[in-house]
Design a protein around this ligand. Structure first.
Ligand SMILES: [Zn+2]
Length: 281
């Protein structure tokens, strides 16, 4: 009988004795349970709330409803399961940068069945609540607390992402030391895909290609570094060398001058020729 007809047709049930006779409302005719003083979130809009914000918003509200009728264990299980489940979901989505749109859309759509399931399991409780004297809890407040739950859940994957990036950088640096520049560059590139503003990683990525004499790719990487790090002598010096190899002498001289202005001995410490000195002016 669970899903015959619309969900609204399902009878309300007493949260204590699980029967549905409310002839003596506002207390249960079987066990005398009353819900006066209890505030319940209305599950009516759980589905759109899940889609608009996150499944964690109606999940918070459902957990709060269970807590209001004394189902503390159910409340804790729902919260713990929600936090763990969404943390895993966020991590998986963060690790799928190769298919961002598809992955993120799929991840987002998971909220819909979650909202629907929560709505359907909460409906009998809410309907009984209204008959047994419960009041409606503020939806706005529920959304606000739901956002708090989202923040808590985000802390877990953000921490995991930092640890993961750190591990990747460690392995890339090791590859670099072993002079496996191609493999190192690939790992740096992967990190840059999720952390594109990281100038330090962009610099190391550029150095890999510089060593492999991939001048165009190295040039692009160093340009990206200089967008955020405008005072990095080594980047100016390396890019000056790239421009000189690419036969763009004016740019090379200009960049070399900037490098020397920041750190006069930069070219000798990098053991590369100074395009400014080469040109003989
Ligand atoms: Zn009852």
């Amino acid at each position: 009988m669970e899903f015959s007809g619309t969900i609204d047709d399902r009878p309300a049930e007493c949260p204590k004795c699980r029967r549905g006779d409310f002839t003596d409302a506002p207390s249960c005719a079987h066990c005398g349970y009353t819900m006066r003083g209890v505030r319940l979130y209305d599950p009516k809009r759980f589905t759109w709330m899940a889609l608009l914000f996150s499944g964690l918003v109606p999940l918070y509200m459902a957990a709060a409803n269970w807590g209001q009728v004394g189902e503390t264990r159910r409340k804790r299980l729902l919260l713990a399961g929600g936090i763990a489940g969404f943390a895993v979901l966020f991590v998986v989505l963060a690790l799928l940068p190769e298919i961002p749109l598809f992955g993120k859309m799929l991840g987002h759509l998971i909220n819909y069945p979650i909202g629907m399931m929560l709505r359907d399991t909460q409906r009998p409780l809410y309907r009984a609540g209204l008959k047994l004297g419960a009041a409606q809890a503020s939806t706005a407040k529920g959304i606000l607390f739901g956002f708090g739950l989202i923040l808590c859940t985000l802390v877990v994957p953000v921490g995991a992402a930092i640890v993961y990036e750190d591990m990747q950088l460690g392995s890339a640096d090791k590859l670099f030391e072993e002079r496996k520049f191609d493999a190192a560059a690939q790992v740096y590139q992967r990190v840059l895909r999720t952390d594109p503003e990281n100038a330090e990683v962009a610099y190391r990525y550029g150095v890999c290609h510089f060593v492999m004499q991939h001048w165009d790719e190295a040039g692009r990487a160093f340009e990206a570094v200089l967008k955020t790090e405008t005072n990095h002598a080594a980047t100016y010096a390396l890019l000056a060398h790239v421009r000189s190899v690419q036969e763009r002498p004016a740019e090379a001289r200009d960049l070399a001058a900037k490098a020397r202005a920041i750190e006069p001995g930069i070219f000798s410490s990098l053991a590369i020729p100074d395009p400014g000195a080469e040109s003989g002016n």
